[in-house]
Design a protein around this ligand. Structure first.
Ligand SMILES: *[C@@H]1O[C@H](CO)[C@@H](O)[C@H](O)[C@H]1NC(C)=O
Ligand SMILES: *[C@@H]1O[C@H](CO)[C@@H](O)[C@H](O)[C@H]1NC(C)=O
Ligand SMILES: *[C@@H]1O[C@H](CO)[C@@H](O)[C@H](O)[C@H]1NC(C)=O
Ligand SMILES: *[C@@H]1O[C@H](CO)[C@@H](O)[C@H](O)[C@H]1NC(C)=O
Ligand SMILES: *[C@@H]1O[C@H](CO)[C@@H](O)[C@H](O)[C@H]1NC(C)=O
Ligand SMILES: *[C@@H]1O[C@H](CO)[C@@H](O)[C@H](O)[C@H]1NC(C)=O
Ligand SMILES: *[C@@H]1O[C@H](CO)[C@@H](O)[C@H](O)[C@H]1NC(C)=O
Ligand SMILES: *[C@@H]1O[C@H](CO)[C@@H](O)[C@H](O)[C@H]1NC(C)=O
Ligand SMILES: *[C@@H]1O[C@H](CO)[C@@H](O)[C@H](O)[C@H]1NC(C)=O
Length: 595
């Protein structure tokens, strides 16, 4: 028996089963549209059955049972087949040889589905085998693409073409492979359960530049017009290979700036902007823009854009410089120092670009100009001339600012050359002038009399005046009672002191006519003016309701001094000591001195 030929003695029990109703068809089979397919088929029926009037068979589509009226694909008893199979089908096998192999020509998509064979041995011996062959009709070849394609790793792509049509043998070609680096092709032929598949494998190492490019597989049958193509777009994963950011730039404080970053990677990265260690902004995108508004100097620095897509990480940095005018410089507080002290004055500020720092004293440049955050002005052993206002000026191209401090220099009295005694009409007038800080106190000493005369000493016509750091003292010595010899015998010492020192100088007696004239003119002119002032003061006093009319108010002048065009007199009025100064012009004597 044919069925026993296939069997091994050890499988005798199963053997019996295989000699029952049985069919062998490929579970799956595929074909290209418009080509043909041969479904290989063999079957078996119980050995006890004697076919009555030949062996017949029917191929059904979709359903195994005639009761459901499935489309008839082929029927040996009649030529009646379903319309969609008319002229397309042919039984290649010999049913007497239990060979039910079926050919379907000019196949279309509508022919995809299950095919069932039904054996008809006559009488009641009809049987539809439950095993079926499922046909897939393809209009494109299949390409096996790995789920993940990673750049720089070897890639294999396989394209498949079914080869189940005996008269037509397919060929496979890869398309658009010209741009690929060293592509390799290999073909394979796979036979399985009586079906055949032709395949072609393309091997190459993709690069990031191949991402998104098209590749194609073409299947065709030589000497026919049948061509099938499938195109795929390569999705090549690659680590960020470039991160573009703006070039480093400068912005003015208070303005706005947009920093742009773009990353080339697949898939798009998690992209973020960092400022130092601080993460400012992130997104999952190929680009990101960081907007900075109202920029402050604290925002100056390195900005880094980082792209990370899981396949790699990359970053690029830029430097953002924030420009601003100098801030008000910080300088030392005003100070009072003693002559001879050495000082270091500090001036510091910020600005961008770095400001230049200049020290000015009372408007004049002192020290050097520095382009540093800090400028130190060294003053060695300060002199009284060092007294004044020190200004530190900071400048850059965006503006300027300055701060100042005052230095007060304290020093021991210094005798001034203008000091002298001169002969006047009433006797001798001595003027003593000195500078010092604090302003010196002036006293006169008459060695011949062993008398020291100071401001509180009412016996002498003493006048003092201070103007800034200059003190002037003046006494008038009358011949009468003060035993002054007429002429150079006058012996007057001027003594000046403050907390830092004391000096005593012998005053020379001078008899300079011109100067005397000036003094006389000044004195006479001044007396006239003072007389006027006295009258005015009395008038005011008289009208002052707060002063009792009966009270005798007297104004006494205790001394006058002519100094560089000014006549100053000490007046005491109602027990209040005041000083009055009047400017007088001595270049041409007032009219009332003409004789
Ligand atoms: C069945 O018939 C086909 C077509 O004639 C033939 O190619 C195939 O080899 C046969 N199968 C067997 C098992 O004899
Ligand atoms: C195609 O046809 C040519 C001549 O017409 C013949 O030489 C060639 O062998 C055929 N190729 C195939 C695959 O049938
Ligand atoms: C950065 O580049 C983007 C576009 O390239 C531009 O719009 C932006 O103004 C640039 N920003 C700076 C600070 O240059
Ligand atoms: C920036 O990314 C957005 C999506 O996040 C995209 O629509 C846009 O085209 C990108 N711009 C550039 C210049 O790549
Ligand atoms: C940027 O990349 C360099 C190395 O390429 C790395 O040393 C540095 O830490 C990275 N910076 C950031 C902010 O990720
Ligand atoms: C000025 O200030 C600086 C720092 O504030 C200080 O070091 C310096 O001694 C000060 N100079 C004087 C003269 O006080
Ligand atoms: C310095 O002195 C001047 C007057 O001489 C005054 O106007 C100014 O305010 C002083 N500056 C400081 C910082 O004390
Ligand atoms: C001067 O007078 C003082 C007292 O006022 C006295 O002590 C001193 O001895 C006198 N000097 C002379 C030289 O007479
Ligand atoms: C003036 O001198 C007298 C003694 O001669 C003294 O007591 C007084 O304190 C002095 N006054 C001043 C302001 O120096």
């Amino acid at each position: 028996m044919w069925c026993l030929e296939l069997l091994l003695p050890l499988l005798l029990i199963i053997n019996d089963a295989s000699c029952q109703w049985n069919v062998w068809v490929p579970r799956d089979i595929s074909a290209m549209t418009n080509s043909c397919v041969v479904i290989p088929c063999t079957f078996m029926y119980p050995s006890g059955i004697r076919p009555y009037r030949g062996v017949h068979g029917i191929w059904y589509f979709g359903q195994p049972y005639p009761q459901l009226f499935p489309p008839v694909v082929f029927k040996t008893r009649t030529d009646i087949v379903h319309e969609s199979y008319k002229g397309r089908t042919k039984l290649l096998g010999d049913l007497h040889q239990r060979n039910c192999t079926l050919l379907i020509n000019n196949i279309g998509a509508e022919h995809s589905g299950r095919y069932y064979f039904r054996a008809d041995l006559g009488g009641a011996n009809m049987y539809t085998f439950p095993d079926f062959s499922e046909l897939k009709v393809l209009d494109q070849p299949n390409i096996d693409v790995p789920e993940e394609i990673v750049s720089d790793e070897s890639l294999e792509l396989t394209c498949y073409a079914p080869d189940n049509c005996p008269d037509m043998t397919p060929e496979i070609q890869w398309m658009y492979t010209d741009y690929l680096p060293d592509p390799e092709f290999s073909s394979d032929y796979l036979e399985e359960s009586n079906t055949a598949v032709l395949s072609s494998t393309l091997t190459f190492t993709p690069r990031p530049m191949h991402n998104g490019q098209l590749l194609g597989c073409r299947v065709y049958y030589p000497n026919t017009t049948l061509v099938y193509e499938r195109l795929i777009s390569l999705d090549i994963k690659y680590a960020p290979r470039a991160v573009w950011v703006n070039v480093s730039s400068e912005v003015m404080e208070g303005s706005s700036v947009m920093l742009h970053c773009e990353v080339d990677s697949n898939p798009p990265p998690k992209i973020f902007w960092m400022f130092g260690d601080q993460e400012l902004l992130w997104d999952t995108a190929s680009n990101i823009s960081l907007a900075l508004d109202d920029v402050t100097p604290a925002q100056e620095g390195i900005y880094t854009c980082v792209g990370d897509n899981g396949y790699g990480i990359m970053n690029t940095s830029l430097y953002l410089a924030v420009k601003y005018p100098p801030r008000e410089p910080v300088v030392n507080d005003s100070m009072t120092v003693q002559e001879g002290t050495s000082l270091a004055l500090h001036c510091s500020t910020q600005g961008s670009p770095a400001p230049t720092l200049t020290w000015l004293k009372d408007g004049e440049l002192v020290g050097t100009i520095t382009a540093d955050e800090l400028s130190v002005l060294e003053i060695l052993e300060i002199t009284p001339q060092g007294d004044g206002q020190y200004r530190c000026l900071a400048e850059n191209e965006h503006g300027r600012a300055s701060s100042s401090l005052n230095i007060t220099v304290e020093y021991a009295p210094v005798f001034l050359e203008e000091s002298k005694c001169t002969v006047v009409r009433e006797g001798v007038q001595c003027v003593c002038m000195a500078t010092g800080n604090p302003e010196p106190t002036i006293e006169f000493y008459l060695p011949d009399l062993n008398v020291t005369i100071n401001e509180t000493d009412g016996r002498y016509n003493f006048y003092t005046h201070t103007d800034g750091h200059t003190s002037t003292g003046m006494i008038k010595l009358r011949e009468k009672g003060e035993r002054i010899d007429n002429g150079p015998a006058v012996n007057v010492h001027c003594s000046m002191f403050n907390m830092y020192g004391r000096e005593s100088v012998h005053l020379e007696l001078q008899q300079e006519k011109k100067y005397m004239m000036a003094v006389i003119v000044g004195t006479i002119g001044g007396v006239a003016v003072i007389a006027f002032i006295i009258a005015a003061v009395r008038y005011v006093g008289h009208n002052n309701k707060n002063v009792q009319a009966s009270e005798r108010v007297s104004v006494i002048t205790s001394g006058c001094l002519l100094l560089s065009g000014r006549l100053c007199c000490s007046l005491s009025y109602a027990a209040i000591l005041t000083k009055v100064c009047i400017f007088i012009v001595t270049s041409s004597p007032p009219f009332f001195f003409r004789k």
